[in-house]
Write a protein that binds this ligand. Structure first.
Ligand code: SF4
Length: 432
């Protein structure tokens, strides 16, 4: 049940607001945004029914909250993102995902059954309500697929979920009308229109009444508009990454911009080129130019091997406890700072304190060095520092569960991954 914010306000404030009807109306209008954010808040949904996936996603959410600050608490962390196209025909100058040119779309007439079977597999793997925590596009433009709304309807029929839509093609009035029509059963906060020019804005306002656009969001994305952009993807070069410019050890001087536009923490499935990434939001950097980390990549042939491929990714990349043979190091956004009785971990948005010299002193140094596996660190701490192995494992598990440790085991830098199977996928989800 969504709480009425107005009811929570002090009577004195309400009395003052009553004297200004326009202000009151504006407040009511703005209230809808907070209602939506409650509706789609990540912890209002059940966990994925696979235990490994649920634990992995909890760690990723903890990591994103530590790294992204306020934004990390606002995003909804859907577990799935489907692409119904490969590439994008629009080519926005600010594209945070630097999406490549449109190469193909999923044909509804020939692939409807394939689409529905993939969705059904996701329901079987994660649960029906959980599979509804999805995006029907991620780094593509919905408008590129002429049957986009038909796919939305199929998805809704199978999962019960009404999915979101953002589009940068607001000047196709008939398309926007179809979207408004689909969402009118709401209110839903969609469609969201990226308005690319003043001409486009005028066209939208000429075509629709204020009432028709009441719940649609219009984002002014013109070059000359002061609306800040997340400087990733296509405009990453202009600022040399977000992290590169900051001294996160001096919080007084730090002004932290929005770190990413990514939100999904789970599987990114391109239904056209049949690639799958396991990814989660992070602070945009040169290493992660699209604002998400990629933990695993794979590929499926068709709807028949799809569930096995997903299962295999969950098995190898979502351990419940730290994998002994993998490197033990901090997340790559973290700056380690030793203290007299332990250590601090600094992220772009906050400081985490770990106190207790015996538990944290030598452990912090070894993790910060980042050149040993979990097993080697455990052995060294027992042999050289005489620390009780149960305490070590408990403390490391705590760091692991808190999302402080690096779990990217396959990324090799420069957009390359350790060879996996017969294909190679780059960080932007394209097969090389
Ligand atoms: S922002 Fe969206 S519409 Fe624009 S180029 Fe990127 S994917 Fe395409």
């Amino acid at each position: 049940m969504i709480k009425n914010r107005e009811e929570q306000l002090d009577a004195g404030i309400l009395e003052v607001v009553d004297r200004y009807p326009l202000l009151k109306l504006w407040g009511k209008y703005m209230q809808r945004a907070s209602s939506y954010s409650h509706l789609f808040k990540w912890d209002n949904f059940p966990e994925p029914q696979n235990k490994k996936f649920a634990a992995w996603r909890k760690r990723r959410i903890a990591a994103a909250q530590s790294e992204l600050g306020y934004l990390g608490y606002m995003i909804s962390y859907p577990i799935l993102a489907f692409e119904l196209s490969d590439g994008c025909s629009v080519g926005c100058w600010f594209c945070s995902f630097a999406t490549k040119k449109l190469k193909g779309i999923l044909d509804y007439n020939t692939s409807r059954d394939y689409f529905r079977r993939i969705v059904q597999h996701c329901i079987d793997l994660f649960g029906k309500e959980q599979a509804g925590m999805a995006l029907p596009y991620y780094r593509t433009e919905p408008h590129d697929n002429p049957n986009y709304i038909d796919f939305l309807k199929d998805f809704e029929e199978l999962t019960g979920a009404v999915l979101c839509t953002s589009t940068a093609v607001g000047d196709d009035i008939s398309w926007v009308r179809q979207l408004l029509d689909y969402y009118k059963r709401g209110p839903y906060p969609w469609p969201r229109l990226s308005v690319l020019s003043v001409d486009m804005m005028n066209k939208i306002h000429d075509a629709f009444s204020p009432g028709e656009l009441l719940h649609a969001e219009l984002l002014m994305q013109m070059r000359e508009n002061p609306r800040p952009k997340v400087a990733g993807g296509r405009i990453l070069k202009e600022i040399d990454g977000l992290r590169g410019k900051q001294d996160i050890t001096d919080k007084r001087k730090l002004r932290v911009p929005q770190g990413t536009i990514a939100c999904t923490s789970g599987f990114h499935i391109n239904l056209v080129n049949r690639s799958i990434q396991l990814f989660s939001p992070c602070y945009t950097s040169k290493k992660w130019p699209y604002g998400y980390r990629v933990f695993d990549v794979s590929r499926y042939n068709d709807e028949n091997d799809f569930p096995q491929v997903i299962q295999a990714m969950m098995e190898r990349s979502m351990p419940l406890s730290p994998p002994l043979d993998k490197p033990l190091r901090f997340r790559d956004d973290i700056v380690y700072r030793p203290t007299e009785d332990g250590f601090d971990l600094l992220t772009p948005n906050q400081i985490h304190y770990f106190k207790g010299k015996e538990k944290y002193g030598p452990l912090g140094e070894l993790i910060a060095a980042g050149d040993r596996t979990y097993a080697q660190v455990y052995e060294q701490l027992v042999k050289e520092h005489g620390i009780n192995p149960i305490i070590i494992k408990t403390v490391v598990q705590r760091l692991f569960d808190g999302g402080f440790l690096d779990e990217v085991y396959y990324y090799k830098g420069d957009d390359k991954y350790e060879h996996r199977g017969t294909e190679q996928v780059s960080a932007n989800g394209c097969y090389e």
